[in-house]
Design a protein. Structure first.
Ligand code: BG6
Ligand code: MG
Length: 216
């Protein structure tokens, strides 16, 4: 049994399906650059920072760009992405999320967002969850991207908790690695084949019980 005091949630692909919008925007950029980009290739981008994602995408298309062009390309992608997320509403919160967040709060377990995204604040506003979390760590708060544990260590620190008392919820391979590097257990959200390193893997947050989490 672990002494569970805090839960840190990745945002994109865990609480909302913005991973889909990231993919559509990256694929559009790839297509403009003259190549296709599959969902399978996109797995490597999940959880990874915007500029690191662009590097992976360009490598997939065998394309080299200088730093100035890269900034323009990343901005193009982000503008398309922002078009998607500004149209979001609370109906896009993934199944089971609100229920679990409220249950945790009721039990006195602190909750935080640990996201690599600089758009996390906008998304939380659009889906009406700003203010529900005890701490929000986003792409502006960290300098080292997942799989570096910085985002989750900062999350625990802002909650005032020891990392061993925290559990992370992640849909990205890089995020599961970051959780473990932070000394935290991790619930993988998604497919077994991608997330086999996580302690448990579930399709979404629906049905997860606090008892089950304490047993991790
Ligand atoms: C992560 C996503 O949450 O945020 C990545 O999984 C994304 O796909 C990263 O690249 C950075 O997001 P943003 O919104 O700052 O470009
Ligand atoms: Mg994610």
């Amino acid at each position: 049994m672990m002494d569970l005091k805090g839960c840190i949630f990745d945002l994109d692909g865990v609480i909302v399906d913005t991973a889909r919008y990231h993919y559509l925007a990256w694929r559009r950029l790839a297509n403009e650059l003259g190549f296709d980009f599959s969902e399978e290739q996109n797995e490597a981008l999940k959880g990874v920072s915007r500029m690191a994602s662009l590097d992976i995408l360009l490598a997939a298309g065998n394309i080299e760009k200088d730093d100035e062009e890269k900034i323009l390309l990343a901005t193009r992608k982000n503008n398309w992405y922002v078009d998607y997320i500004t149209q979001m509403n609370p109906s896009e919160i993934l199944p089971g999320s609100i229920d679990l967040l409220l249950k945790l709060r009721k039990e006195g377990i602190l909750i935080a967002v640990g996201s690599a995204s600089k758009n996390a604040g906008v998304i939380l506003d659009r889906i009406g969850l700003t203010g529900l979390f005890d701490a929000v760590i986003d792409g502006y708060s960290v300098t080292r991207a997942k799989p570096n544990p910085e985002v989750f260590l900062k999350g625990a620190e802002q909650l005032g908790l020891n990392p061993v008392n925290c559990i992370v919820f992640e849909d990205a391979v890089a995020g599961v690695k970051a959780a473990h590097a932070a000394g935290m257990k991790c619930v993988g959200i998604g497919e077994q084949e991608n997330l086999s390193e996580a302690e448990i893997i579930v399709p979404n947050l629906a049905g997860i019980t606090i008892e089950q989490l304490r047993k991790l």
